[in-house]
Ligand binder design. Structure first.
Ligand code: ADP
Ligand code: MG
Length: 339
């Protein structure tokens, strides 16, 4: 008798959850990305106790069909790609079909969704990977996901959670970035009943920067807009005298996905070069557009890191364009300029 067994779905989901769902902000990330993929124009995020007690994401997107509600929680079940070749042309934020089964494996999930405007929808309750109920319910068009008691059945993981303030910091940092990535979507974030962010969703990135960093910062941001054969750049960068003590205010958005990329961050900082005081960092919200075929997003389960096939070209382009914007600013006398 051989000793090798194929693990059952439940165990497989718990293992995947270990990779995809590291902390409350991972749940927020996955749910909000699903809302964006569903074409939502309004996304409301509510959290309690740093997300450890409750995370709720409601959207006005396409909703989930009755037949799909349970399937959505199956492993590797996705409506976003159909075949291996789609992996090289990813236009959605999700595609791995891992988030919902992973979240449901380590929390108590209540999913209310409706694809129609007739006021009726479905409610699926699933705890620790087991379906508890599936019923008809009143629902507007869209999806409302509530995730309670994250890691209630994985005490080892729960033990590693930091303070409520730290967990909330990860969540708000992520929502701020996403709001800057999608100025055409109205985002709200509430923690323990307190409103932390509200954006209008009118497409105005400066308004979002004002909501996140304050109007004083937003007023002095410099616009960036450039294009070459492979890439387009748009967004805002702060004047060199408007700085912060860490890199957290560097937001890079690639085809609508907020990303981390060391080389591009460095290109941004190099553009400022000696204009920045030592250990000071600018506020940047930079959108990079490119053909999805030029980038591999399938590098990491959480898809935070991406690989560009023409990275050096991108780095040079960003550095040169931003340097041009800053040089223009330095040459123009500041006297009489609105601040
Ligand atoms: P993925 O996003 O990689 O497809 P998920 O596990 O996150 O995988 O979601 C599974 C499927 O459930 C999605 O492909 C989508 O069809 C559906 N879904 C999840 N969340 C939403 C939502 N907020 N609105 C509409 N459909 C959703
Ligand atoms: Mg997803």
């Amino acid at each position: 008798m051989g000793k090798i067994k194929v693990l059952d779905e439940h165990v497989a989901n718990q293992i995947a959850a270990g990779e995809v769902i590291e902390r409350p902000s991972s749940v927020v990330k996955e749910l909000v990305e699903n809302s964006l993929d569903a074409g939502s124009t309004k996304i409301d995020v509510t959290v309690e106790e740093g997300g450890l007690q409750l995370i709720r994401v409601s959207d006005n997107g396409s909703g989930i069909e009755t037949e799909d509600c349970e399937v959505a929680f199956f492993r590797h079940a996705t409506s976003k790609i159909g075949s291996g070749k789609d992996l090289f042309q990813i236009r959605t934020l999700g595609f791995r079909g891992e988030a919902l089964p992973s979240i449901a494996a380590v929390a108590k999930v209540d999913c209310v969704s409706s694809p129609s405007t007739d006021g009726l929808g479905r409610r699926l309750v699933i705890e620790g990977g087991s379906v508890k109920s599936f019923t008809e319910t009143a629902s507007s068009r869209g999806t409302d996901m509530t995730v309670k008691e994250l890691f209630y059945n994985t005490p080892a993981r729960l033990k590693y959670m930091k303070t409520i303030q730290t967990e909330l910091g990860h969540i708000s940092d992520y929502i701020y970035r996403l709001a800057m990535a999608h100025p055409n979507v109205a985002f709200s974030l509430k923690h323990n009943g307190n409103a932390l962010l509200q954006t209008l969703g009118n497409g105005d990135l400066v308004q979002v920067i004002a909501a996140v960093y304050g109007t004083a910062v937003a007023k002095t941001m410099l616009p960036v807009r450039a294009e070459n054969a492979d890439y387009s750049l748009s967004g805002f960068i702060s004047r060199p005298d408007m700085t912060r003590s860490n890199r957290q205010a560097l937001t890079m958005v690639m085809n609508g996905r907020t990303i981390r990329n060391y080389a591009v961050s460095n290109a941004i900082l190099n553009a400022y070069h000696t204009l920045l005081p030592i250990n000071r960092y600018p506020v940047v919200a930079l959108h990079v557009g490119m053909d999805p075929a030029l980038v591999d997003v399938n590098v990491h389960p959480a898809k935070l890191e991406v690989r560009f096939s023409k990275e050096l070209e991108l780095v040079r382009f960003v550095e040169e364009e931003l340097r041009g914007v800053l040089r223009g600013e330095v040459l123009i006398p500041q006297v009489g300029k609105p601040t």
